[in-house]
Design a protein around this ligand. Structure first.
Ligand SMILES: [Zn+2]
Ligand SMILES: [Zn+2]
Length: 146
């Protein structure tokens, strides 16, 4: 099976080598943009995230991702923060803020419990089906031996 995908940015169809979501053209453009962003911070020490986004014209999500990846550690960027992936509160590390991370962990726990309960129910069902077919088999056997 040939695995093709629409580029997340330009919608062009491309063949991912691994699980990348954007085509090589967009990837290269993004790398160029990242380089430009890093250069801008080098040239303008002490600027804020907003000034950086405005100054470079880079998409904010790209800048945010770079911050999240720690690309601006020990750089001249001030207020190296980006929005929580759930509530939008500004955070400095991770994907979610402290509150959302806790909430999402709870949700994940609930989800896992529900999945477990479902699995148990299915196992029970499979068990009863097995007993059912076993008794059928026994019946056939006993009618044969009769
Ligand atoms: Zn593309
Ligand atoms: Zn949050």
């Amino acid at each position: 099976m040939v695995n093709v995908r629409n580029c997340l940015y330009c919608k062009k169809i491309f063949m991912p080598v691994s699980d990348e979501k954007i085509c090589s053209d967009c990837r290269n453009k993004e790398l160029e943009m990242e380089e430009q962003v890093r250069g801008y911070v080098r040239d303008h020490p002490g600027i804020t995230v907003n000034q950086l986004i405005e100054g470079t014209g880079a998409p904010s999500r790209l800048v945010w991702r770079m911050i999240q990846q720690g690309q601006f550690e020990n750089s001249g960027l001030r207020d190296a923060k980006y929005p929580c992936g759930n509530c939008g509160k500004l955070i400095t590390k991770g994907v979610y803020c402290y509150e959302c991370a806790g909430k999402l962990r709870l949700d994940a726990q609930k989800f896992a419990n529900a999945a477990n309960a479902k699995k148990l129910a299915e196992e029970k069902k499979a068990q009863s089906q097995k007993t059912f077919s076993n008794s059928m088999y026994d019946e056939i056997n006993s009618s044969r031996s009769r």
